[in-house]
Ligand binder design. Sequence first.
Ligand SMILES: NC(=O)c1ccc[n+]([C@@H]2O[C@H](COP(=O)([O-])OP(=O)(O)OC[C@H]3O[C@@H](n4cnc5c(N)ncnc54)[C@H](O)[C@@H]3O)[C@@H](O)[C@H]2O)c1
Length: 235
Amino acid sequence: MLRICLRKKKNLPYSRPLFAESINRLLSTQTGSGIGKAAATKFINNGAKVIIADIQQQLGQETAKELGPNATFITCDVTKESDISDAVDFAVSEYKQLDIMYNNAGIPCKTPPNIVDLDLESFDKVMKINVRGVMAGIKHAARVMILRGTGSILCTASVTGVIGGMAQHTYSVSKFVVIGIVKSMASELYRHGIRVNCIPPFAIPTPFVMSEMEQIYPHLDSQRLVEIVRNVGVS
Ligand SMILES: NC(=O)c1ccc[n+]([C@@H]2O[C@H](COP(=O)([O-])OP(=O)(O)OC[C@H]3O[C@@H](n4cnc5c(N)ncnc54)[C@H](O)[C@@H]3O)[C@@H](O)[C@H]2O)c1
């Protein structure tokens, strides 16, 4: 079971497990595939009602159908604040409350790795999804969680935002910023009983990573590429 723990602070109860006895209502950005879909499945298996908020309508709808009656899909582009605001309002109108917000949407950056060739157009595009999207998600989740004095906000960073030099600069920088956002927001929102936490995964062979790998190793088949991803960091 996934548990998020926090030091006890004055006026703040001990952190409760994410999957409490009561039903949790989760809104997750990017759940059409990969980590988001796996997380949604885990949450549903632990009794949560999940709203899938993804830019890909068909994929999102298919995923919601596959996950069953406790999953609902809503189209959401995290670069549009109104989409995120609408998704949060939808969660409240559909399930009366929002317990958990999972800001998981993120894209890689395919421009050259060296700083002198940095493509600032791509930089802005990645920041708009990976950074601004997370800020907007926290803003609107906090808007409804503060009223109830409780809630949990999760954000996906990356090991590339913990250790420099593991990915293309733009992507890496965007994930360092996600960790900074979480620290900054947590310092305010704990006063309202809201936890803000960050998950920095290592390499996982999702479509996100596999498309990168296919570009780097076009001569290798997908099974070999999955093996390489799974063995990263293992000598
Ligand atoms: N896979 C890994 O190895 C890995 C490692 C560290 C961190 N991450 C992070 O995990 C998160 C999920 O990655 P994944 O590997 O599951 O990806 P994935 O490629 O499986 O899924 C990407 C999803 O993001 C959605 N999306 C893209 N742009 C969007 C937008 N503007 N608004 C809403 N949804 C949008 C897509 O529709 C798709 O469903 C990302 O933040 C990524 O940076 C992944």
